[in-house]
Design a protein. Structure first.
Length: 129
């Protein structure tokens, strides 16, 4: 039956929050521009244009990337509390308030094991880097 696999929204939200904490990476504006360029289906979308405008007006600030279920990529800029979600090959849109809150919490949380949130490799795969 279709409802045999039903998962309540609280469980889904918790899974997303954990995935954000586990995959969160800091990015420079240059790394973000490269990532956006590598994601060809991001090209020309109004959300892409708005997000990149924020990047261009704050080139020295940090930006963040995380990957959640099904390979959904989250790009977030805390300086303007703005972000986008992207599912390569499928779609994209503005980051919902709950996702922004999860990103803020993950950014503020201590890094387990002393690992850096910064990555030199900006792969689009889960945990890439």
């Amino acid at each position: 039956m279709p409802f045999d696999k039903f998962v309540d929204m609280e469980t889904v939200s918790e899974e997303r929050r954990r995935a954000i904490q586990e995959t969160l990476q800091s990015m420079t504006a240059a790394e973000l521009r490269k990532l956006v360029k590598d994601l060809s289906d991001f090209e020309g979308d109004p959300w892409q244009e708005n997000f990149l405008r924020a990047v261009e007006t704050h080139p020295g600030e940090s930006f963040y990337r995380a990957v959640i279920q099904e390979g959904v990529i989250i790009l977030y800029f805390p300086g303007e509390d703005t972000g986008v979600w992207l599912l390569p090959g499928s779609g994209m849109g503005p980051l919902p308030e709950e996702a922004k809150r999860h990103m803020k919490e993950a950014i503020a949380a201590p890094v387990p094991g002393g690992k850096s949130r910064t990555s030199n490799s900006m792969s689009t795969k889960r945990g890439g880097g």
